[in-house]
Design a protein around this ligand. Structure first.
Ligand code: SF4
Ligand code: SF4
Length: 337
């Protein structure tokens, strides 16, 4: 894969400098949600259930930038909701790029082409679009509850590539997926569409999601990814994850949750303890770290964490484990270079 060399070097330096400073808890990437409104109503979504008063709000540019500056994370994933419904989203991106933050602008791509002229996005090594695609045409359209979204998303990816942007994808898999459906969509994105890299996630059962039946358990997740990654697929696909996180998805290693590494900041504040649960909100990252009882969360501790293998809880643990081992660092350099 996948992560450009400059970004990997910057991340390596950031991790090293935090180690030298003996900073035990720090963010790798922030999930920034500057709005909750969206053009779609996916069954598995835990965001669009917010009350109307919150759905109509848009985070001011200065507030978004201030939160990222306060926590110091080198990477920001801007999600929502649908970020392109925020009228100043291009300004938020430009301000963060100016501060040399690596941005993943997550979108369902419905508005990419039709609203393009409302924005002033410029290609940059710091900016990647991350398009949400859960499967091939039939599966994706069923997942987002609307026909035609798959075709719009593919057109959006091609449009962005033609304009010179880096384009990645983000795919969530449910218990209705099989190794075949995972392989089909990742082969298509990797080989035919030619996206720059891909992120994958087992679906998490948000308490607020209307569909509570189709989320994967730990055993199912491991079986699904082990089978999908076989026959050299894992090596061939440009996956934007650390090798140890992919080992974790396959069940080759197990980790503790370290959700402070990928925190979520929204209109409501810093979400405690993670993007997936909402036990409270802190006004600053510092207070999130100091006032959250981190030992109370993770598999075997909180029943809501029992089936979670999400990137926001476990990728930071995988990255920290990589940094503790020369062998794993060399492997990450080889496999991610
Ligand atoms: S596209 Fe994303 S934010 Fe919008 S409804 Fe679907 S899951 Fe929720
Ligand atoms: S295991 Fe970690 S990331 Fe997953 S729901 Fe629990 S606290 Fe959040």
């Amino acid at each position: 894969m996948a992560v450009p060399a400059r970004q990997a070097a910057r991340l390596g330096w950031y991790l090293f400098s935090n180690k030298v400073r003996r900073r035990a808890k720090f963010p790798l990437i922030v999930e920034l949600e500057p709005l909750f409104a969206c053009t779609l109503r996916c069954e598995g979504c835990g965001k669009i259930q917010q009350p109307y008063e919150i759905l109509r709000q848009r985070m001011p540019v200065a507030q978004a930038v201030g939160a990222i500056e306060e926590c110091g994370a080198p990477m920001v994933s801007i999600a929502g909701g649908e970020p392109l419904m925020h009228p100043q989203i291009d300004q938020i991106v430009a301000e963060l790029v100016k501060r040399k933050k690596y941005i993943y602008l997550c979108t369902n791509a419905e508005l990419v082409v039709s609203w393009w002229d409302r924005f002033d996005f410029k290609p940059s090594p710091y900016l990647s679009f991350a398009v949400h695609l859960d499967g091939l045409r039939e599966r994706h359209d069923a997942s987002v509850n609307k026909e035609g979204v798959f075709d719009t998303a593919i057109a959006g990816i091609k449009f962005l590539k033609e304009k010179g942007f880096r384009v990645t994808t983000n795919s969530t898999f449910f218990n209705t997926d099989t190794p075949k459906t995972v392989i089909e969509v990742l082969n298509f994105l990797n080989d035919e569409v030619g996206v720059d890299d891909m992120m994958i996630s087992p679906a998490y059962a948000y308490e607020k999601a209307p569909d509570q039946e189709h989320f994967l358990g730990v055993r199912e997740t491991r079986e699904l990814f082990r089978a999908a990654f076989a026959d050299g697929n894992r090596k061939r696909w440009r996956l934007n994850h650390s090798p140890l996180f992919l080992d974790f998805l396959e069940g080759k290693v197990d980790f503790e949750c370290t959700a402070w590494g990928i925190p979520s900041y929204s209109l409501l504040g810093w979400q405690q303890p993670c993007y997936l649960l909402a036990d409270g909100y802190a006004p600053t990252y510092r207070e999130l770290i100091e006032k959250t009882d981190w030992d109370a969360y993770g598999r075997g501790k909180d029943p809501r964490c029992a089936n979670c293998m999400a990137h926001c809880g476990y990728e930071p643990t995988a990255v920290a484990a990589t940094m503790r081992s020369l062998k794993q660092m060399l492997r990450a350099g080889r496999e991610q270079g």
